[in-house]
Design a protein around this ligand. Structure first.
Ligand code: G4F
Length: 329
């Protein structure tokens, strides 16, 4: 029988790669997209015709319950979130409501309807925040440092409560940074890839960046969504950290991207103190051993391959006039 997968946040980067994976496995894929965001369905490109889109207000418990009842999904992937971390300082309450509220409403719907639906909660390394040890596992203490991380942690605990108290098959994937050519340009990998491509083509001449010494565990989004699916196929519902286990600096990222187009980054890159975030001395890096052992999951795409693909894709897009040369700052 065809399995139905319900995805919130389907029009984002991860929604695209997850839909692609699930369609390839024969799932019926249904995305819940708020009425005011229907135009974003075009971002699914070639997949837009292959998935079903339901127009549903994610802040309405009634609407979400109706959708779950009607669709009886085998799996729910709750990916919806405003994902740019600095923006969460501008709207802490809106961030909390979308992230925690949607998780809570979906978990409650599943429980109240008594369905055997398996539930994936998109969590984030931002829940670890001010870490005192590296690398991190799912057992590492949580000390979020911003409203985004706090909201993701609240959603994580809500999921744990539903698993413990009501026996739902629910899990969190605590994902580290995961990137692709589909990443919006305000995120640092895409910002740098797009700038390197545009400078190579003579479309701009500078890149302003924040802290060059900031470090992240950057992986490929296509690899990370595979881990989401594997978590829901496991015998037991458990939480996993998902990352490469390797830290790189923003400086490494810039060097790698500019070397893909044979440019000396130091001639083009300037630092802008207004883009530097406070408190970034923490080493957010995954220990993916549990995912390797239990889920047989390992990242397939290296940091260098990822950045090269992003830069080359942006060169092709710029040549085709399919993207503006200036990304967000
Ligand atoms: O690309 P970023 O903006 O991603 P960030 O804040 O780490 O968050 C991403 O990953 C999290 C973990 O998976 C997710 F929860 C979250 O939703 C999102 O997907 O910044 C990456 C690093 C930071 O250390 C930042 O300070 O790059 C540093 N950085 C340095 N210069 C910059 C810049 N980041 C941005 N966006 N722009 C800069 O000019």
């Amino acid at each position: 029988m065809t399995k139905t997968a319900l995805i919130t946040g389907i029009t984002g980067q991860d929604g695209y790669y997850l839909s692609h994976l699930l369609l390839g496995k024969g799932y019926r894929v249904v995305g819940l997209v708020p009425p005011e965001r229907q135009s974003s369905v075009a971002k699914l490109d070639d997949l837009a015709e292959q998935v079903e889109i339901y127009s549903v207000n994610l802040t309405s418990a009634e609407a979400l319950t109706q959708a779950v009842e009607q669709l009886q999904p085998a799996e729910i992937y709750n990916l919806a979130a405003p994902s740019f971390v600095p923006a969460s300082w501008d709207d802490p309450l809106g961030t909390l409501d979308l992230i925690t509220g949607t998780a809570t409403r979906l978990l409650s719907a599943t429980r109240l309807l008594g369905l055997p639906t398996r539930f994936y909660q998109a969590s984030s390394s931002e829940i670890f925040g001010e870490v005192r040890s590296a690398p991190q596992t799912a057992e590492t203490p949580f000390r979020p440092k911003n409203p985004y991380g706090a909201a993701k942690l609240h959603a994580h605990w809500t999921m744990v409560h539903h698993r413990d108290r009501y026996g739902l098959f629910a899990c969190s994937g605590i994902l580290y940074n995961h990137e692709s050519p589909r990443r919006p340009p305000q995120f640092v990998t895409r910002k740098i890839a797009l700038a390197a491509a545009a400078i190579k083509l003579g479309l701009r001449d500078r890149l302003s960046i924040g802290n060059l010494e900031a470090k992240r565990d950057w992986g490929f989004a296509g690899d990370h969504v595979e881990a989401m699916w594997r978590m829901l196929q496991a015998d037991t519902a458990e939480d996993y950290v998902i990352g490469t286990g390797v830290l790189h600096t923003v400086r490494n990222l810039v060097e790698t991207a500019f070397s893909c187009v044979d440019l000396d980054w130091q001639k083009y890159v300037e630092t802008d103190p207004t883009l530097v975030r406070e408190d970034e001395h923490f080493q957010l890096v995954a220990d993916p051993t549990k995912a390797k052992n239990n889920l047989h999951w390992e990242p397939q795409v290296s940091f260098e391959q990822l950045i090269e693909t992003m830069v080359k894709t942006d060169i092709e897009r710029l040549k085709a006039g399919a993207v503006a040369a200036m990304g967000a700052s």
